[in-house]
Design a protein around this ligand. Structure first.
Ligand code: DQA
Length: 153
């Protein structure tokens, strides 16, 4: 059994508040509110609470990362364009006390070369991309089974 106070933090970076209108070819037509609701529902089914957060301001994302407590069972982050550029976000992610999954809606490797580089990929436990909103849902499942395994060890 997962203790009731276990939660997953779901962090969305810049421009992801525009989902639903933004470039549906890459990002689909669901809004961030719809995606968050699906994440919350799956997480609840698997025994986890969720804390969801989106910002377009880099310093706010860094403050949010600093606020993550040790009872956080895992972090799912779609850092948007900061993925490709921000050493400050990387430094904050690298201090987290729990496993982190990097997520992207689109297959960044099928896009412009500047999206092929991630400053996070070597400090996260894994990365899921290209499945639209299912990238987040797969990340929830991956963190839940990793958490269960680590509790059994
Ligand atoms: C993204 C991919 C990034 O390259 C882009 O800047 C985004 C969204 C994705 O989810 O596919 O904002 O992270």
């Amino acid at each position: 059994m997962t203790p009731a106070n276990q939660y997953l933090a779901i962090l969305h970076g810049p421009n992801l508040d525009r989902l639903g209108e933004r470039d549906p070819k890459w990002y689909g037509s669901d809004t961030l509110a719809i995606i968050n609701a699906e994440i919350e529902s799956l997480a609840r089914e698997l025994g986890f609470g969720t804390q969801t957060f989106q910002t377009n301001v880099e310093g706010e994302m860094i403050d949010r990362l600093h606020a993550i407590e040790s009872q956080c069972a895992g972090v799912i982050i779609n850092a948007g364009a900061w993925t490709h550029t921000s050493i400050a976000i990387r430094d904050a992610v690298s201090q987290l006390p729990c496993p982190v999954v990097e997520v992207h809606l689109s297959n960044v490797y099928a896009r412009e070369p500047f999206r092929h580089k991630s400053v996070l990929e070597d400090i996260v436990v894994g990365k899921i991309l290209g499945f639209g909103k299912d990238s987040y849902l797969l990340a929830v499942r991956a963190l839940a089974s990793r958490h269960e395994r680590s509790r059994q060890e």
